[in-house]
Design a protein around this ligand. Structure first.
Ligand SMILES: Cc1ncc(COP(=O)(O)O)c(C=O)c1O
Length: 429
């Protein structure tokens, strides 16, 4: 396989980034690649190197980069003004599409990022329950707010339910307001809910945590125990929304929460996210219905932005077409099967875990059911594998392959060849 090298232009940009950006990055991805453009399931860097793209902008580009219909919708919209603050037709229609698609969604409030959506969903639960504590799961990602950055990625396991802050700068007092449970352990979560029922505002969970599917009965158990105690259950569907199914993880796994958060796909590659859920809880966003004491303050300059909403609407229209999810899942299944087969043939101890639209390998002998199971994986091996793949024209995030509707049989073939070559290099290194 031909290995490709960096150009002067890309090197210059990388050096400039190191001067003007902390860590030389936007905070998201290593500084040693600068992407110039994307089309379908591929991207090109500033050196002209072509990659099959499984990073997909960290997930939004489910229908592929620069999809002609999304691009046309955006171009038409953009020529008539890009933001108004006031209501606009595209945002209203996108909210309607979400209400029609997502089982828990009776009403929708738009924000600009998934982080914000999670922050306000938790605030809505607190406003509704008039309590402060939030229960989350170890390893669960809910954006960057003070509440969310608790036991997302602890280096060493803590003692449940005590949270471990993931970032400097988080007020110590927030630790008192978050309880942490192990994912996929319904007995532990149910016991915490029972013990803290009089203080709990809500339970927030990624129904499919990072790349770990829920075990049978886990989400159902969460639904049962939260319903029993009248505690709002929040599904963070920023990743899974419109990806695992048109109605998201709640349709795919058949468990309906009280609130959910959406992002990534619904903005079609633009900054747009949402909180959606039962009207009784969403009422807190409406001063007329909630009254002064129950009113949840939430305003955002770009909320419901018409360009982002037009991109989202065009994306959802493509996803509604017959066979779209069958194709997405077929591509993902083929990739997962090939990766698992190749790892086995190479004698590597590894698990391919996830669902067809989103998966990765964890280099461990045990099935991965929770954060601690994922942590037992050989992270250094994964980093080397990812780096070898990058040299072979496959771009992915640290621990995720995002599959796109735009990935072609040729993209799959290229990826399988890159896996074969990278695994050979990994075995002989
Ligand atoms: C499950 C989940 N929730 C929330 C977020 C935060 O979304 P954003 O990056 O748009 O703030 C992410 C981002 O990857 C996510 O994966």
């Amino acid at each position: 396989m031909k290995l490709i090298t960096e150009s002067e232009i890309e090197r210059g940009l990388i050096d400039k980034a190191k001067r003007v950006l902390p860590g030389g990055t936007f905070g998201n991805f290593p500084s040693d690649v600068v992407i110039r453009e994307g089309r379908g399931g591929r991207v090109w860097d500033e050196s002209g190197r072509e990659y099959v793209d499984f990073l997909l902008g960290s997930g939004p580009m489910l229908v592929g980069h620069a999809h002609p219909e999304v691009t046309a919708a955006v171009q038409e919209r953009i020529a008539r003004g890009t933001t108004f603050f006031a209501n606009n037709r595209w945002g209203i229609e996108l909210a309607e599409a979400i209400v029609e698609a997502v089982p828990c969604a009776e009403q929708v409030r738009f924000v600009s990022t998934g982080s914000e959506a999670d922050l306000y969903a938790m605030r809505a639960a607190r406003a509704f329950r008039k309590h402060d504590k939030i229960l989350k799961f170890e390893g669960g990602y809910h954006g960057m707010s003070d509440y969310s950055l608790m036991s997302l990625a602890p280096k060493r396991p803590g003692n449940f339910p005590q949270p471990i802050p993931d970032s400097a700068g988080i007020p110590r007092s927030v630790r008192e307001e978050v309880l942490v449970a192990p994912f996929n352990d319904i007995e532990a979560a149910a016991a915490m809910v029972r013990e803290h029922q009089d203080e709990l505002a809500g339970v927030i969970v990624e129904p499919f945590q990072r790349i770990i599917p829920p075990m049978p009965g886990f989400l159902e158990g969460l639904r049962r125990i939260t319903t029993e105690h009248g505690i709002p259950l929040i599904f963070d569907e920023v990743v899974t929304g419109f990806r695992l199914a048109y109605g998201g993880a709640q349709e795919y796994y058949g468990v309906v929460p009280d609130l959910c958060t959406l992002g990534k796909v619904i903005g079609g590659g633009f900054p747009l996210a949402a909180i959606a859920g039962r009207a009784a809880i969403m009422a807190h966003f409406d001063r007329d219905r909630a009254g002064d004491d129950g009113f949840l303050m939430q305003v955002g300059t770009l909320s419901g932005n018409p360009v982002a909403a037009a991109a989202g609407l065009a994306t959802l229209e493509i996803l509604r077409r017959p066979g779209a999810y069958d194709r997405l899942f077929a591509t993902g299944r083929e990739l997962m099967g090939s990766l698992a087969g190749q790892l086995k043939r190479n004698g590597l101890t590894a698990q391919v875990t996830g669902e067809p639209p989103l998966f990765d390998v964890v280099f461990t002998s045990d099935p991965v059911r929770d954060y601690r199971g994922a942590l037992r994986g050989d992270g250094e091996m994964l980093r080397r594998f990812n780096a070898l793949l990058r040299e072979r024209g496959v771009l992915k995030g640290e621990s995720k392959y995002y599959v796109s509707l735009a990935h072609t049989p040729e993209d799959i073939r290229h990826t399988c060849e890159a896996w074969a070559s990278a695994l050979e290099a990994l075995a002989t290194a």
